[in-house]
Design a protein around this ligand. Structure first.
Ligand code: FAD
Length: 458
């Protein structure tokens, strides 16, 4: 891999735009099938929303990090490249703070803070969500019987009508923030149902334990997989190559980056929707596709890490997790390395406070707020960390937010049909186009494989 950009007029079988996991999977699948592939990446690195860093001498992920056991595509590729997965630490009590009350307890949050009537309400709401989700075909949720009605309302308005207990609504708001980096008032109900169904349901998506989406971490970080995939594949990778225009005509499809142009038979675009919306297409995209790109909104997230000499909270019988509706971060987790030689906590400033409050404060302001929170819950030992580091995804030029894009009302039912439909020689990948684990690394891999298979089937 490698090389220069002065190789026109060579024509490629396929050009893949974006070297996140979707683009990497697409390039890997196509090149393994003997196709010539050029992979164009805007950044100076591969991985996209998966990003490496170090804290206190340890490699960590500033973006995507966890794997669940049902994320089979990620699991298989991680095994192929011999990444070491280890279970998320979950022994001990979790701290939960909701509606002014704090509890330290093992097991599900509701058992610590909910009375029987509230628990029944929560269970009823969960059943209702499950029943509604059952009616959605994952590959075409816009065709569900009640798609338009469900897409006409936000998750918040649905909760106002269907959840009787204020605690149920408060918990659902917190869960929504941690899953979508957005507020219940911003999400379409149809989109919420589709997204949670694609990840196996709310229980799986919120769980840190066996079977849950946050069940495994990778020793040394999942970003290693992106690097290894890019090194192993027989495709040509060009970094620092932001694509600005894509034009197609009878002689092929032409892709422009760094004032150069490359020709191919087919293109796969594997970039987040707001970035795709900035590319100049010629002929212009069908209005349903352009409209979809313009209406998908990236979540707001700043991921942080705090390092201590050891995971001292474990000695106090705590699992290191904090869920709170009043602290700067709605969720904090123990992400210490498997040998426990260092104590690492990681978490997220998310949803509207991330955009309105925490992003403008800068890293120092966020560091101070976080140390204060950790000291409040874990005691004085939290006061003197070895190090603090965070990554403001709302300010990343080539992501514009994370974990992924969400849809407000009126988008999925009206524009959803354009999610994966090729336009001429242009095919669409990216986690936002996945039918399983959309929003996650596994969904990105699925989307890349699917787009590559579309081309191989031609
Ligand atoms: C803080 C955070 C935590 C997360 N945690 C998890 C987790 O624990 N587990 C999990 O499974 N998922 C997690 N995710 C989500 C996961 O990281 C993403 O779903 C996944 O990485 C998306 O991959 P992708 O290839 O679809 O898109 P991206 O990773 O965004 O890749 C797109 C690529 O396209 C490039 N690009 C953009 N515009 C252009 C252009 N014009 N020309 C050329 N290149 C361009 C970008 O630089 C980028 O490299 C997290 C995300 C974030 C931000």
């Amino acid at each position: 891999m490698g090389g220069t950009d002065h190789e026109t007029p060579k024509s490629w079988d396929a050009i893949v735009v974006g070297a996140g996991f979707a683009g990497l999977a697409a390039a890997e699948t196509l090149s393994a099938a003997g196709r010539s592939v050029l992979l164009l990446e805007a950044r100076e690195r591969v991985g996209g929303r998966v990003k490496p860093a170090t804290i206190a001498g340890r490699a960590i992920d500033l973006g995507g990090m966890w794997m669940g056991p049902t994320q089979t595509r990620l699991k298989k590729r991680a095994e192929n490249f011999q990444l070491q997965a280890y279970p998320q630490y979950i022994r001990g009590k979790t701290i939960t703070h909701l509606l002014g009350r704090t509890a330290k307890a093992e097991g599900d949050i509701e058992y610590a803070l909910f009375n029987i009537a509230e628990r029944l309400d929560l269970a009823r709401v969960a059943r209702k969500i499950e029943r509604l989700a059952k009616t959605l075909p994952l590959d075409a949720p816009w065709q569900a019987r009640d798609a338009h009605a469900l897409d006409a309302i936000t998750l918040e308005s649905w909760l106002q009508k269907n959840a009787y207990a204020e605690k149920t609504r408060a918990l659902m708001r917190e869960i929504t923030k941690s899953l979508f980096c957005a507020d219940t008032s911003q999400l379409s109900m149809l989109f919420f149902l589709f997204y949670t169904k694609s990840g196996g349901g709310l229980d799986v998506m919120t769980s840190m334990g066996p079977g849950g989406a946050q069940n495994f971490l990778f020793d040394g970080g999942v970003h290693q997989l992106a690097i290894k995939m890019s090194e192993a594949m027989d495709a040509k990778l060009l970094l620092n190559a932001p694509v600005t225009a894509i034009r197609y005509e009878e002689t092929g499809v032409y892709v422009e980056a760094r004032s150069s142009e490359w020709r191919a038979k087919q293109v796969i675009l594997a970039v987040p929707p707001p970035l795709a919306a900035k590319i100049r297409f010629s002929p212009a995209l069908p209005s349903i596709k352009a409209g979809l790109f313009r209406r998908q909104v990236m979540g707001s997230v700043i991921k942080f890490w705090v390092a201590y000499p050891e995971p001292f909270w474990r000695e106090d019988g705590l699992d290191g997790m904090i869920f709170s509706d009043s602290e700067p971060a709605s969720a904090i987790f123990d992400a210490s390395p498997p040998d426990g030689a260092l104590g690492l906590l990681s978490g997220f400033f998310d949803s509207s406070p991330a955009t309105n409050l925490w992003s403008p404060k800068g890293q120092d302001g966020r560091r101070q707020a976080m140390i204060k929170t950790l000291t409040r819950f874990f005691g004085d030992k939290a006061q003197e960390p070895l190090d603090y580091l965070d990554n403001d995804w709302t300010r990343e030029l080539w992501s514009e937010g994370g974990y992924s894009a969400y849809m407000p009302p009126g988008v999925l039912s009206h524009y959803g049909a354009a999610l994966r439909e090729p336009v001429g020689p242009i095919h669409w990948a990216g986690t936002e186009t996945a039918t399983e684990w959309t929003g996650y690394i596994d969904g990105a891999l699925q989307s890349g494989d699917r787009a590559a298979e579309e081309i191989l089937a031609l």
